[in-house]
Write a protein that binds this ligand. Structure first.
Ligand SMILES: Cc1cc2nc3c(=O)[nH]c(=O)nc-3n(C[C@H](O)[C@H](O)[C@H](O)COP(=O)(O)OP(=O)(O)OC[C@H]3O[C@@H](n4cnc5c(N)ncnc54)[C@H](O)[C@@H]3O)c2cc1C
Length: 414
């Protein structure tokens, strides 16, 4: 007999699950319960309003959590092709960038939300906004869901798609996982990911607002863990920009695990190795021996950045002539230009994060079905689980793949 399905959470994964379930025709009723005033608020803000809905190159290495391999069955069953075919069936075409990031052809996140919302409506999904699920209890024939507004809803099967607490302005909350606690499900620490990094501020104080194209590397005890190229921005608290957001996934886990300060090394000239850069600096000395040192890096870096790095290399006063630079000063300058190191002291927090690292522990869910091992008939998908992806469309891909796996596993139940 077909079951009634209740989905708690009307974000990316909940909406996708509702549509996929409705298209299957395999449920007697589908109710989508959303605590916020509207479905898909976070989805609307994704990709700077453009919605980077997946990435052609997504792979398990882009995912983090206690057990990233937990994602494998979802991605094996609902990978890139299945995801694009699903959205194409809803009317979307795509725009792809060189690094594999895929957006809707309209470059509007609203298109993705509307496609899901309209299809859910067309197929008779009952969507109830302003409707928070506060408790889930076993009941004859399945479950009873208590609602904050009062009353309860009965369902044969429940899918928890409640997301995480990142970006509370857009509806992020840790309330979604609470109904699982009475069943014995545990939630690990909830940490910000894809977020700006705070660093020691004294060396970079004059640089707030300055951007440069370079590479940022995350160091753990001096060992480089990962490097990311792109535009890096100095802020009054530390660093921002796409490479920093990307490294923050790993940095946040390091900060949590060790309590020790990881470091970021900035390479201002990734296109040159140290030797080539050193030769270039020597040529500048010979070409303009009488130039004032405050202009020595003119044309190579923004002026304030150049002066700050010269000072950090111990070169003073900057009113000196270029030909007064010693070998040692030039070596120290080359070293800083290829690897200026700043201690990471924290992040700007969940309020500014795009994703949550941590969540409901995946060890209590079957990765093949996303069904709870503790509560048969109860499933979870998306960011509420302890899986977080890198920046670049990876989090939404997990939302879609996990939603589709959970629904198809429900359809295959005995
Ligand atoms: C600014 C920003 C930009 C981003 N850009 C991208 C991007 O371009 N690409 C990408 O891959 N990822 C991006 N992300 C991350 C991505 O949006 C999330 O990973 C994704 O939305 C997670 O989907 P979800 O369904 O698990 O959770 P959500 O989309 O957060 O949805 C969860 C929903 O559940 C509701 N809810 C919670 N508790 C309850 C309850 N008890 N009862 C009823 N409803 C409840 C919430 O109100 C929310 O609407 C971005 C995030 C932010 C904040």
């Amino acid at each position: 007999m077909p079951h009634a399905l209740a989905i708690a959470g009307g974000g990316a994964s909940g909406l996708c699950a509702a549509v996929f379930a409705a298209q299957s025709g395999g449920f007697s009723r589908i109710t989508l319960l959303e605590r916020g005033p509207r479905v898909g608020r976070k989805l609307l803000a994704t990709g700077n309003g453009r919605c980077n809905l997946t990435n052609r190159f997504f792979a398990r290495k882009n995912y983090h959590g206690a057990d990233p391999a937990f994602t494998a069955p979802a991605f094996a069953r609902f990978g890139l092709e299945e995801t694009l075919a699903f959205f194409e069936s809803l009317g979307l075409l795509f725009h792809e960038e060189e690094d594999g990031r895929i957006y809707p052809r309209s470059l509007q996140a609203a298109s993705v939300l509307d496609a899901l919302r309209l299809e859910a409506d067309r197929l008779g999904v009952e969507t109830r906004c302003g409707c928070e699920v506060t408790a889930i209890r076993r009941a004859p024939g399945g479950f009873s869901l208590s609602l904050a507004e009062g009353g309860a809803l009965s369902a044969g099967l429940v899918l928890l798609a409640a997301g995480g607490p990142a970006s509370p302005k857009l509806g992020g909350t840790d309330a979604g996982a609470r109904p699982l606690a009475p069943f014995g499900h545990k939630t690990g620490a909830l940490l910000p990911s894809i977020v700006q990094l705070k660093t020691e501020t004294a060396p970079i104080r004059p640089l707030a607002g300055i951007k440069f194209e370079g590479t940022a590397s995350l160091l753990d005890g001096g060992t480089p863990l990962r490097s990311e190229p792109g535009e890096i921005l100095f802020t009054e608290y530390g660093l921002s920009g796409p490479p920093i957001l990307q490294l923050s996934c790993t940095a946040t886990h390091l900060l949590e695990k060790r309590g020790a300060a990881p470091k970021i090394a900035l390479d201002f000239f990734p296109e040159y190795d140290k030797k080539t850069l050193s030769a270039l600096l020597y040529r500048r000395v010979y070409a303009r021996p009488d130039a004032e040192l405050s202009h020595f890096l003119l044309g190579l870096l923004p002026r304030r950045l150049g002066e700050t790095i010269l000072k950090a290399a111990g070169i003073a006063p900057l009113s000196r002539r270029a030909d007064s630079l010693t070998r040692q000063e030039l070596a120290s300058l080359t070293g800083l230009l290829k690897g200026w190191t700043l201690a990471v002291t924290g992040t700007t927090g969940l309020a500014n994060a795009q994703a949550t690292a941590g969540g409901v522990l995946t060890r209590d869910f079957d990765s093949q079905t996303l069904e709870s091992r503790l509560v048969p008939g109860l499933y979870a998908c998306g960011e509420v689980l302890d899986i977080d992806g890198d920046c670049g469309g990876f989090n939404l891909q997990w939302a879609w793949s996990s939603a589709m796996l959970a629904v198809s596993a429900m359809l295959e139940r005995e």
